[in-house]
Design a protein around this ligand. Structure first.
Ligand SMILES: [Zn+2]
Ligand SMILES: [Zn+2]
Length: 200
């Protein structure tokens, strides 16, 4: 499902059979009704075939797999020429980073006027905009919505946090997700203000 070496999710594509996309290719995320333990997310993603498709991602695959906190991934150790599990290495690296106060993902919460750590399951909408990604996030702390303009790496690479992100100076209504088109239109017409994202 998630490949930690390439940071890509595998989904079914009606045209290509199978397709692999990064997190920044996701367009919408919502919890699948009736799922709780574990929660499953229904995502719509932009496929390399040119269309958008829907797929399902488990909570673990969304928030933990990119940190290597799930079994399965392996790599060829060039020193020993043996295939070894990647999970332990990534897990140790993730633990070290988090202990040092570096979070895998962060965003700037506009209602609270401060940066916050976050996980991909709190992302609601993503829209590419001129080489960047417009990202709507529901704050895990205050539950309100913010829209940041970030780099693709900020979304795709755990522990890569942009030093500065664009922030839409606007408190979004809770029904933001009623229309992806409205979100995109709003994004394009918005003025962004730069905020520093340092959590330290
Ligand atoms: Zn496709
Ligand atoms: Zn907040």
């Amino acid at each position: 499902m998630y490949d930690a070496l390439t940071s890509r999710y595998t989904f079914a594509c009606p045209r290509l059979g199978e397709t692999r996309v990064t997190l920044s290719a996701f367009r919408t995320l919502e919890t699948l009704a009736g799922t709780a333990h574990p929660v499953v997310y229904r995502v719509r993603f932009a496929c390399p075939c040119g269309d958008e498709h829907e797929g399902l991602v488990s909570h673990d695959d969304l928030d933990w797999a990119p940190l290597g906190l799930e079994g399965g991934a392996s790599f060829v150790n060039l020193m020993t020429s043996r295939v070894e599990p990647l999970s332990r290495e990534l897990t140790e690296l993730a633990a070290l980073n988090i202990k040092a106060g570096r979070w895998p993902w962060s965003f700037f919460c506009y209602p609270e006027e401060r940066p916050r750590p976050v996980a991909p399951s709190s992302f609601l909408l993503l829209a590419p905009a001129d080489g960047s990604v417009g990202l709507a996030v529901r704050c895990p702390a205050c539950q309100r919505l913010s829209v940041n303009l970030v780099s693709c790496e900020h979304v795709d690479v755990p522990f890569w946090n942009d030093r500065e992100v664009g922030v839409v100076e606007h408190v979004f209504a809770d029904d933001l997700r009623t229309s992806v088109e409205a979100f995109r239109a709003e994004l394009w017409s918005s003025a962004f203000d730069a905020r520093r994202l340092s959590l330290e």
